[in-house]
Design a binder for this molecule. Structure first.
Ligand code: ADP
Ligand code: MG
Length: 447
């Protein structure tokens, strides 16, 4: 790595003119060292907070200024000083060891990096912890447990940690796998009655990333094996990272011994992103596609961000589709075009996001003037029980959910309770006009 100070100082000078004095004080005023290797520029920051602020608020402006001043297309990275030190050592001393089995590094998606991950209100804690875990494995959060809904960036964030660790040290033995893969490998080992390979693969790692742990539910044997793997790694001070669709304490059909271990380290959730973050995600994506912000009107960004709010994957899909559509039609990005290109997707999004379980629960609770916590609680007060039964009935009518799934959504009740509730409301509606009207009114909210 070579020093890259003079250009960087010019970038800082330029930024000082374009942002407020206060913002400058908080981010760029402390002296920073800059280095360059190939097309990457590394700039050291004083602390994580500074890095967070820079990444979140100024990354694009600084990147652009850097490219302008240097006349090159560079990849900018804010890093801690010890990262730079490690990089220097790495390139002077460490060569990747060819003897490390390639399942330890072959399966990360190289585009799932911190640079491409947009931090915001909805994922701040998870993001901050992830940065820390990447730089200090097994020190800050072990296990590191990330949970949240579908398409909100769990896999990306988990793999960003992995990619960063391999960047820090290419000889890290890192294994990423879904819990389904773990189940599968274990099944094969059981069939062969030979666990040597299995143990070698999963226990001789420095870092284990297990994605979507909820799929271990009901697989007692595999859970037992995972429990042993976990203990082995944990006792050896190896980093374990887990993702899940829910908090550890809410995992169903999972051994308590296991779920309580998941709570030993740190848990962080990822929520659906607010509109600002959704727009930032699209901006980051656009810059990746080399589309300049001036070609993509703010109002079009906002249009997409308001239509797609529940899932980042869908949001990205919509943006991609619009870009494709504009290219083949050789057209500018306008709201009309977006409307045209995305009509079908918008319809699907509306449908899927309105009729979601949470929404049914929320609206029904609101109608009866009780809280969502009450409606899923065990409380038996008449009014609460009625609201609960109505919500269950609506779920049955409006979604694909099975009785076990419905029971599950209401604080882990069993399927017979769900079935009984649905039947009861169905019957009662025939005799009770007021109830019938209520159900109809609620239904209209969703279709
Ligand atoms: P999950 O594992 O939670 O279902 P993924 O990690 O697969 O979600 O993310 C879905 C898509 O959305 C991926 O393409 C990912 O890169 C993108 N994505 C999610 N969150 C963010 C974010 N905060 N910044 C940038 N891209 C994101
Ligand atoms: Mg995932």
């Amino acid at each position: 790595m070579e020093e890259y100070q003079s250009i960087w100082d010019k970038v800082v000078g330029e930024m000082k003119l374009s942002i407020s004095e206060q913002s400058f004080e908080m981010t760029l005023s402390t002296p920073k060292q800059a280095y360059k290797r190939e097309n990457k520029v590394y700039v050291s920051v004083a602390n994580e907070h500074e890095r967070f602020m820079l990444d979140k608020f100024y990354f694009q402006d600084i990147s652009k200024t850097l490219d302008e001043i240097s006349g090159e297309s560079l990849e900018l990275k804010f890093v801690t000083p010890d990262y730079i030190e490690k990089q220097q050592q790495k390139y002077s001393l460490v060569e990747a060891d060819p003897n490390i089995h390639n399942y330890y590094r072959g399966n990360l998606n190289a585009t799932y990096t911190f640079e491409r991950y947009v931090a915001g209100k909805s994922n701040r804690l998870a993001y901050m912890l992830a940065l820390q875990v990447a730089d200090r494995p097994a020190e800050v959060a072990n296990p590191f447990y990330i949970f949240g809904g579908v398409g909100l960036g769990k896999t990306h964030l988990m793999q960003a940690v992995g990619n960063q660790m391999l960047d820090n040290n290419p000889n890290t033995k890192l294994l990423y796998c879904t819990s389904e893969k773990f189940v599968d490998d274990y099944r094969i080992a059981t069939m062969k009655k030979n666990f040597d390979d299995f143990k070698k693969k999963y226990r001789e790692v420095d870092v284990l990333l297990i994605d979507d742990i909820q799929f271990l539910a009901k697989k007692e044997q595999t859970q037992e094996e995972f429990f042993n793997t976990f203990n082995d790694l944990y006792n050896d001070n190896k980093q374990i990272i887990i993702t899940s669709d829910r908090p550890a304490s809410d995992l169903k059909d999972m051994m308590d011994r296991l779920t309580s271990r998941f709570e030993w380290g740190m848990q962080a959730d990822i929520q659906t992103p607010d509109i600002q973050t959704r727009m930032d995600i699209m901006r980051r994506k656009l810059s990746g596609e080399n589309i300049s912000p001036s070609d993509f009107p703010e109002e079009v960004l906002e249009f997409i961000a308001t239509k797609f709010h529940s899932n980042v994957r869908t949001l990205e899909g919509a943006l991609k589709r619009l870009i494709f559509y504009a290219t083949i039609n050789n057209s500018e990005f306008t709201i009309e075009l977006a409307n045209d290109a995305l009509r079908q997707l918008i319809k699907e999004e509306k449908h899927s996001s309105k009729i979601d379980v949470k929404n049914i629960i929320k609206e029904t609770a609101a109608h009866y003037g009780i809280s969502t916590l009450d409606i899923i609680s065990k409380k038996r007060k008449k009014e609460i029980a009625l609201a609960r039964q109505v919500a269950m009935y609506l779920m049955r009518e409006l979604t694909e959910a099975s009785y076990p799934k419905i029971g599950d959504s209401f604080g882990g009740r069993d399927h017979s309770t769900a079935m009984h509730s649905c039947k009861k409301i169905e019957k009662q509606m025939k005799a009770d006009m007021a109830l019938e009207t209520t159900v109809k009114t609620l239904k209209k909210l969703f279709i």
